[in-house]
Design a protein around this ligand. Sequence first.
Ligand code: WQD
Length: 337
Amino acid sequence: MKVLLTGGAGYIGTHVAVELIEQGHGVVIADDLSNSSAEAVRRVEQITGASIPLVVVDLSRPGQADHVLAEHPVDAVIHLAAFKAVGESVAQPLEYYRNNIDSTLELLAAMKRHGVSRFVFSSSGTAYEEPITLPLVETAPTGLAATNPYSRSKAIIERILVDVAASDPDLQVAILRYFNPVGNHPSGLIGEDPLGIPNNLMPFVSQVAGGRRDRVSVFGDTYDTPDGTGVRDYVHVMDLATGHVAALATLAPGVEAYNLGTGRGTSVLELIAAYSAVVGRQIPYEIVPPRPGDAAATYANVDKANRELHWRATRSLEDACRDAWAWQSANPRGYES
Ligand code: WQD
């Protein structure tokens, strides 16, 4: 299939691009490069040997998605392009709702006009409503009681997809709810390149390991978890990428949602220990107060993806730490290096 990958220059998108190409698909990337770089796409070309058209475009602007599909006929759209920082979404809800929702509406309308009926949507394990019950199963509600505007934008789009599919018997939609993506391609050529101080744990640990920051701040050690630190379901981004290709292959009319995680919880201290083992020295950390809004623990039930997509995460946390270290060592300042 020929696939339009929106947000394809980003952290997850570059990995999905590699996997699509290695499984024989053609890829066109559309990205506004607001939190990514053309260099990342060049690296994907280096890994795969393929030549990848990159359209630099803000898909939330009226008519832009239409132009892209007119110029690049495709069989499917994988829509990853979005604003994704939880904290920023609390400060700038209008920008988050506008960008994330408008780009999706524009794409769906353009797909209808161009006869494209396959759509894979990047959603989030944070779109589940509070209070959550563990492990999170796809039948749990996603919606307005998600914890922040970013997550609500994903939940709202999920609802829009259900409504649009109900009106259009041809539309085939897979919603993928990611848990905590970590790691990168084992080549170390592509990886996560956060702007400024990383919000997320793994890139922060990488920068401490690389000497760019002094120590990891562990946000709280008195949660009701085995070692008191927060527990998350860290899924290797290469596994996440194979999940997208599996979802594409299994699309059918209507909408199905799948958790993409490992089904296992890992604490902050366990992750720091795994990374320390990879680099062969203790990564320094200190316990600081909890971060407001953080859940004690989240992890997925992944039975549905196992059963229906024939997909499971096969890479370990150690693999993710080793790959993240390869990326960090070779690119201490991200793509800028
Ligand atoms: C993981 C654990 C922190 C940083 C997820 C996604 C994120 C976003 C929202 C996706 C928690 C602890 C973290 C640090 C720490 N979008 N931590 N020190 O919060 O589960 O967010 O959902 O849809 O991209 O990853 O991930 O990596 O921020 O935190 O102790 O410097 O690490 O408290 O327990 P989180 P995270």
